[in-house]
Design a protein around this ligand. Sequence first.
Ligand SMILES: Cc1cc2nc3c(=O)[nH]c(=O)nc-3n(C[C@H](O)[C@H](O)[C@H](O)COP(=O)(O)O)c2cc1C
Length: 165
Amino acid sequence: MNVLEAIQQRRAVRLFSEQPVPTDVIEQILRAGMRAQSSKNTQPWLFVVVRERETLAALSKLGKFAGHVAGANFAVCYVGTKQATWNSFDLGQAAAQMQLAAHELGVGSCIAAMYDEAGAKALLGVPDDHNFFCVISFGYPSPEHEPLVMGGRKPLDEAVRWEKF
Ligand SMILES: Cc1cc2nc3c(=O)[nH]c(=O)nc-3n(C[C@H](O)[C@H](O)[C@H](O)COP(=O)(O)O)c2cc1C
């Protein structure tokens, strides 16, 4: 699979099989994220990997649309150092690279926004000088997984202006 194919094909996966994802595959996914560019190469991130079922279930209750986290094989929590001005941009790029790498490796994924950031920080012991941005569920897709109908993207003409706004 080449990069363009992966970008075109990848859809959010919210239903996972029980097949465990081997640790070396998880590490490949993490390394792909850590290859992301960042402002001044500050790499202002910490990725907390959660595999314990109880913690996954607890995280799934901290977002309005985070139910899929409970059934993930593992989740990555995206934590940024607050003093880095561009940290949300940088972590977003790391997250996207992990999701694309996972797709290449046959692993599905979906973001879950943490509406209760304080609760998520308390659960994982994240200190005050860090932001807790989101959780991404990962796992091999369940045979019953169906991408949501609300996929698709705006046409180029709607999202792109040439030369001036
Ligand atoms: C910042 C951000 C927050 C998101 N939060 C959630 C969420 O809380 N729950 C969820 O199920 N999906 C969440 N998503 C996934 C989007 O719903 C999904 O990327 C979008 O619907 C496109 O899906 P598709 O790639 O399958 O077409 C989030 C995505 C982003 C980028």
